[in-house]
Structures are given as structure tokens and as C-alpha cells.
Design a protein around this ligand. Sequence first.
Ligand SMILES: [Zn+2]
Length: 167
Amino acid sequence: MGGGGCGVKRGRSGKRAAAPRYLSLRADTLMGMFRRLPARARTQALAALAQATAEAGGDSARRYAATGARDAAVLLAKIEATAAELGWGEWQFGKRSATRLALEVRDSPFAAGYGAADIEVCAPIAGMLQAVAGMVLDTPCEARETACRARGATRCRFEAIAGRRRC
Ligand SMILES: [Zn+2]
């Protein structure tokens, strides 16, 4: 996830880093891949996608912060707006404490793309929350989805807890 911007920027290493590329992919195509995997491989693949999103999402979140969204509330509002722009559903950050950040998402494209499931499937959102929570709470954290529309919930719910894992 991340905002627009073009051209070439310098990465943290000082090397010239190309701006991230985005692609449009039908949600049911992406999530259909997970649906086709055996259960154990599916769980592993969703976890891998969450971690990959946490890494890349952290990079995006740092870029937002660098453009002036240093205040936590401003950064979270920017993330909510960007999620909507990217078609990642209607995000609403909830309760925030020194050790926890909650998020609710209406109309997750990942849940819609997967269809009925017996597990939470919105791994990219969990990954992005993990990255954002790491910045906002200023400590390593872990995020998970606690309710998923694919499992019959009215909306998807996520929570990030500080102190469990390096974001
Ligand atoms: Zn979900």
C-alpha cells in the first residue's frame, strides 16, 4: 500500500530507489489463489503475505510521515484515505492506547474476493496495520484479524498489540 508519487527517490541505504510499482489485480483472482491451496499451505501463504505487506507498508507509512503526517491522528487519517483510494475497503481506526491499536474495515476486497471461509483471510490489511501500529505506538508489534466478513462477521476487525514481534 502507499500513495502516489513518481520518479526516483533515495532509499535509506542512500542508493537511488525506484518508486514502488502498483498493479491492478482482481480481488477474486488474488484470493482465488489462496482458496486453491491446501489448508496448511493457505495459512502459511496468508501469513507470508501479511509479513510482506508489513514490510512494504512500513516503507509507505514512513513516506507518509516524511511528507508531514508526523502526528499520529494525521497519519491514521492519511492511511484511512489512502486505503479507500486503493480499494482496500472503508477503514476506521478505533481505540488506541500505548500498547494497542484497533481497526475496523467495511467491505474488505480480500474477504469479498475470497468468499465464504473458515479462517480470517484479510492478511494484507493485518500486515499494513502491523506496520502502521509500529510507527504510531513507536514499538514493535503484532497485528491479527479478530473477525472477518468472510467468516460471516458484518465487518472485519483487527488489533495490533505492542511488544510481541519486530514490525
Ligand atoms: Zn476480513
